[in-house]
Design a protein around this ligand. Sequence first.
Ligand code: FES
Length: 133
Amino acid sequence: MAELEVKGADAPEPEAIALCNSDALLNSGDAVPFDVVYCGQSCMAFAIRYEGQVHAYLNRCSHVPMEMDYQPNRFFDLTGHWLICATHGATYSPKTGACKGGPCRGGLIKIETSEQDGVVHWHTARQLRNVNF
Ligand code: FES
């Protein structure tokens, strides 16, 4: 007898995970870090605010898969308009994570976010899970 195929069994519904209060993220200011599991690996991620909108990315440079902050939670360059990797200076758009200059090999991996009632959430996705303790 054939087994029933359970569609989407390995793709749970996306979940919104509370990250921080909205006022913890200032325009072009420090990031709020968080842990994720991406493709089965534990990774750091970060959320920033730019021109009023919250954005989040894996903390992993596309040049060499290293964390990018040059001081803890500092990702913006001195202009406050680009995210910069401390190691070799790759720069990325804070809005999209797209490579803007330097030795990037593609863009940053973006994480969906939402903001409601003064709270920022990040959203799980197919390859992006919450860390289960
Ligand atoms: S590791 Fe980020 S620019 Fe080289």
